[in-house]
Design a protein around this ligand. Structure first.
Ligand code: C5P
Length: 409
């Protein structure tokens, strides 16, 4: 079976509920892992009657989570951490009882609590006896879940473990893997060309020293991946970072602000959207010393610095140029400073981080942001950078289409 690139490094929470199809979850886990996904398993108590947590723990290489109020588990990855960690929640098999609990919004077992707490998409692969599936209660529950944006895959028709024939079989593992991969292709930016800057820049002082900052590049890389998932032809201009290239993204590595500026400007006429997530150095050394600067007897030394070009502001000043998105790292008065920056740089949208918070932002896996555009604002609570990127791409695609409409009217 071909490796499904769309699943590489995805964080998938696999929920297993009580039903005979639970034994197939082991194969699903294996297949997702073979496609490069990072899978964590949460089982309901009933699921453990059908397949042991040990089997899934051995296959996944991670502890299997079963209890909501387990002090040991909560100090490691508790329900909120799991909910935040997941890029996608897949419950396979999903029993009639689990669907009913989801409809009720119950949180009295770990899996339903995770489903309540997550901002990731939730997909269910129902599996149950055909009469249970056809029961009006289950039919109504299935409808309600779909109305709330939960995706249901199957069930398929056919021979059941109990001997009945009818709807209620869990979809085959191959089909589930394809559906899961498909979740990451939203098509929201189909045909659009996106250029993203990410990471820090390094400004040389001499052959061995430089000025830089703590940007990890994670937010820009996650955005690049989300844009590619949304169907955009995506180019990533990356400063020095230790991150793998997202699949389907063209990556160009650069070192200094000037290199980044040159690479961006060479491509800007051929793109529709530019997202500037890079933490570009504002100043560079006026003169790069040709040899290593020697320590002297003096207690101080002066280094003359000159401004680097402002990449995103240069792009935003191009007449009928691309849609421009900038970032604002602020420690106070976030909205005011971010809006000022948006106006000053003539951006179409700005994503603001509160960098005074130590639990998010630079280097972290998570982020929480406010987004501003001339006519509105939106707030996104703390979540993984992958999840956040999906949501930012949704907002971006909305604003890009609105702007296009205004231009064509
Ligand atoms: O002015 P400030 O650095 O706070 O602005 C941040 C935004 O501007 C970010 O989107 C950053 O990528 C972009 N920027 C840039 N070129 C610079 C400095 C910042 O594109 N030289």
């Amino acid at each position: 079976m071909a490796m499904n690139n769309a699943l590489a490094n995805r964080q998938i929470l696999l929920g297993i509920t009580g039903g005979i199809a639970a034994y197939k979850a082991a194969e699903l886990l294996r297949r997702l892992q073979n496609c490069g996904a990072d899978v964590r398993v949460v089982m309901t108590p009933a699921a453990t009657e059908f397949i042991t947590p040990l089997t899934l723990q051995a296959l996944s290489g991670h502890p299997v989570h079963t209890a909501l109020l387990d002090p040991e588990a909560e100090s490691g990855m508790g329900h909120i951490e799991l909910a935040r960690w997941a890029d996608l929640v897949v419950v396979a098999p999903a029993s009639a009882d689990f669907m009913a609990r989801l409809v009720q919004g119950l949180g009295n077992d770990l899996l339903s609590a995770v489903c309540l707490a997550t901002s990731a998409r939730i997909c269910l692969a129902p599996a149950m006896n055909q009469a249970m599936w056809s029961n009006p209660a289950t039919r109504t529950n299935a409808e309600i879940l779909q109305q709330r944006g939960i995706t249901l895959w199957g069930p398929a028709d056919g021979l059941q473990a109990c001997g009945d024939i009818g709807p209620g079989r869990m979809l085959e593992v191959d089909d589930l893997v394809a559906e899961i991969a498909g979740q990451f292709d939203t098509g929201l930016l189909a045909g659009k060309r996106v250029l993203i800057t990410a990471g820090p820049t390094r400004e040389a002082i001499d052959p061995v020293r430089y000025i830089s900052n703590h940007s990890s590049g994670k937010m820009g890389f996650a955005l690049a991946r989300a844009c590619a998932d949304a169907g955009a032809i995506t180019t990533l201009i990356a400063g020095p970072v230790a991150l793998p290239s997202p699949p389907r993204v063209k990556r160009i590595d650069v070192v200094s602000a000037q290199d980044m500026f040159d690479e961006v400007m060479a491509r800007v006429n051929a793109v529709d959207i530019v997202i500037a997530a890079a933490a570009v150095a504002d100043y560079r050394a006026e003169q790069v010393a040709p040899g290593k600067i020697k320590k002297t007897g003096a207690d101080t030394m002066n280094l003359a610095l000159v401004k680097t070009p402002d990449i995103i502001a240069s792009i935003a000043s191009i007449e009928a140029g691309p849609f421009t998105v900038g970032f604002a790292a602020e420690t106070e008065s976030v909205e005011q400073f971010a809006r000022d920056k948006m106006l000053r740089k003539k951006l179409d949208m700005i994503i603001a981080n509160d960098v005074s918070r130590t639990d998010i932002g630079f280097g972290s896996e998570d982020n929480a942001v406010m987004v501003f555009w001339p006519a509105g604002a939106a707030e996104y609570q703390k979540m993984s950078k992958a999840q956040l990127s999906e949501k930012l791409v949704e907002k971006l695609s909305e604003l890009v289409s609105e702007k296009l409409k205004q231009v064509t009217v």
